[in-house]
Design a protein around this ligand. Structure first.
Ligand code: SF4
Length: 450
């Protein structure tokens, strides 16, 4: 839980928060805390912990647990087995191999500078030791029907060459159905080849950020040109990489509506050039929050940003706003909060339409998706107008009048299914992607209801 930078006196404000654990890697202090809670002992010795003593005073233990290696291997062996009856679920192992980052995207709370700011150390990142990764893969082999599961490796871009080779070797020995790697630079030929050999269904995710190299560079990206990327995609597919996913971001410095729409045009070019191939460009409007501790959050004016919420309390109040626009914690000189929502939704809609036109997605799926976006686009303004009424009584009344309409839309989102841009088909889940992995939806619904 990363809250070290945010003012911690918010604990005084909330009687229902007893403690907060700070840090990028909190596994060890959390294990210590659970030990003390179960067996007794002094809370004061647990590093990184903010807690309340019996007299209600907030105690600030030292923020001293900033380890040199990341976490430990996960024991996957008691992962709940996949049900025979599931049709379209997400069955996925998600494993993080490091924290902090070798790179420095200005919007990111896990970037090199953010990590150094919080930990007050020169080190920009820490990695999971190879023996722990090996342990993780050993336990994975004990999961029943592991060959029906996807493995998502977070932060592969931070591996050393040797580390990456070791990881890919482990993937080759495993029997997972498919694997995703995130990459910052364009993966070298030899590693691409090994990845493709290790698993026939290898997905690589890259994040160019923008088609415009200047915009991408201002955000800490832009390390390859569009031409270089296209040549690389061609090669990767030829080596046998199953799919390339690409993320373009909305909310970057010097990125206006025109630039966003030009990114959509560029995505269309990719869809045409790689027609009938698995090359999937996607757009990510960066809402509702710019990461606290990120460089753009810490030094907004320098990068053309304006921050609306700084403290935890301000963020909490922000999240209570009914209007999505009012919930966003930042805007840029080039895209207001209103633009981030409207331009963002319109750009996603446009990209989906072009995916249908190019045959990348079936039209009926896109039509459904677009109908929902159109509804969101018009309804968001209605809610925003009501949420901006200055007089509190009148505002509450206006929002109450919209209550049923809001509930209808909320029910559409908070359901047992999910439809996303990456996979625009309703899938069976329990509510949130990180809760859904391998669990029965019935079970999750029971938990949610209780
Ligand atoms: S967004 Fe950039 S800085 Fe953050 S983790 Fe990814 S590559 Fe690193």
């Amino acid at each position: 839980m990363l809250v070290a930078k945010l003012r911690w006196n918010f604990l005084n404000l909330y009687p229902y928060i007893d403690m907060v654990m700070r840090g990028y890697d909190t596994h060890k202090p959390m294990a210590d805390l659970i030990g003390v809670m179960q067996q007794g002992g002094a809370m004061s010795v647990i590093p990184n912990l903010l807690w309340k003593s019996e007299d209600g005073q907030v105690q600030n233990n030292d923020f001293s647990y900033t380890p040199e290696t990341f976490s430990c291997g996960i024991d996957w062996s008691d992962h709940p087995p996949k049900a025979e009856t599931e049709t379209f679920p997400i069955n996925e192992f998600l494993s993080t191999q490091n924290t902090g980052c070798a790179y420095n995207c200005g919007w990111c709370g896990g970037s090199r500078e953010a990590f150094r700011r919080i930990n007050k150390k020169k080190r920009a990142m820490i990695r999971k030791p190879a023996c722990e990764i090996g342990y993780e893969f050993d336990t994975l082999s004990k999961v029943p029907r592991v060959n029906e599961h996807h493995f998502y490796s977070v932060g592969s871009y931070n591996e050393t060459k040797k580390g990456m080779e070791f990881f890919v070797e482990k993937v080759a020995e495993s029997n997972v159905k498919s694997i995703s790697y995130e990459q910052f630079f364009l993966t070298s030929d030899d590693v691409l080849q090994r990845m493709a050999e290790a698993n026939k269904r290898t997905f690589i995710t890259i994040s160019p950020g923008s088609h415009d190299l200047r915009v991408a560079k201002l955000s800490g990206r832009g390390v390859y040109s569009n031409e270089e990327m296209e040549r690389w995609i061609e090669k990767a597919l030829n080596y046998g990489i199953h799919q390339i996913d690409m993320w373009y971001v909305i909310g970057m410095p010097e990125q206006d509506e025109k630039s966003v729409m030009e990114t959509v045009d560029y995505c269309q070019r990719l869809l045409e050039r790689f027609k009938d191939k698995r090359v999937n460009p996607m757009l990510c409007p960066m809402i509702p929050f710019l990461d606290p501790t990120s460089t753009f959050f810490e030094y907004p004016e320098k990068h053309g940003y304006r921050i609306f919420y700084r403290t935890v309390e301000e963020h909490r109040r922000g999240m209570m706003r009914t209007s999505l626009i009012n919930r966003i914690n930042y805007e840029t000189k080039w895209l207001s909060r209103n633009d981030l929502v409207h331009v963002g939704f319109r750009a996603v809609r446009e990209l989906m339409l072009r995916k249908a036109a190019s045959g990348f997605l079936p039209s009926f799926i896109v039509e459904d998706f677009v109908t929902k976006i159109n509804d969101d686009l018009s309804f968001v303004d209605v809610v925003h107008e009501a949420d901006c009424i200055a007089d509190e009584r009148a505002r509450i009344q206006a929002l109450e009048e919209l209550g049923d309409e809001i509930l209808n839309r909320n029910n559409r989102i908070f359901s047992s299914g999910v439809m996303s841009q990456a996979f625009p088909v309703n899938r069976q889940i329990g509510g949130r992607w990180f809760d859904e992995i391998g669990w029965e939806s019935d079970l999750l619904e029971t938990v949610q209801d209780s």
